[in-house]
Design a protein around this ligand. Structure first.
Ligand SMILES: [Zn+2]
Ligand SMILES: [Zn+2]
Length: 135
């Protein structure tokens, strides 16, 4: 499966050649601010499966605590991918152009979600991040 993604203004685009996995939405206060939203929505990707197609010179990066960061378009502000210690480890679902044929499997850090967000009870949710392998 080949997937592409781009930022809101279209200046930056990328291509994925492998499968996305572990799609999740994180409701922690850091993700809310990084995504300017009620939560982040992203999936993990093998760095070798990811390549920028155009506009890479317009990318800005931010690295926060513990080596986690993200890259975003300096023109329109779309967050395109998450990084860990300098390499891409996740891509934001909102910037994909095609149907990635995965669904968000878990909502994490729901314990620190915003008071104004209502999450349906039927959604799989965790107060924090569940241990690896528990999915
Ligand atoms: Zn842009
Ligand atoms: Zn988070």
């Amino acid at each position: 499966m080949k997937l592409t993604g781009e930022c809101f203004c279209g200046a930056i685009s990328y291509k994925l050649t492998g499968k996305l996995r572990d799609a999740r939405s994180c409701h922690c206060s850091r993700c809310r601010k990084a995504f300017s939203s009620q939560a982040s929505a992203y999936a993990l990707v093998e760095p070798a499966d990811f390549s920028w197609q155009q506009g890479q010179h317009l990318l800005s990066s931010y690295v926060g605590d513990h080596g986690f960061g993200y890259q975003f378009c300096s023109q329109c502000g779309s967050t395109l991918c998450g990084t860990f210690e300098g390499s891409i480890h996740g891509i934001t679902l909102g910037c994909l152009n095609e149907d990635p044929q995965i669904e968000i499997g878990r909502h994490i850090f729901v314990g620190s979600k915003a008071s104004w967000e209502v999450i349906p009870e039927s959604v799989v949710q965790y107060a924090e991040d569940p241990p690896a392998g528990d999915s």
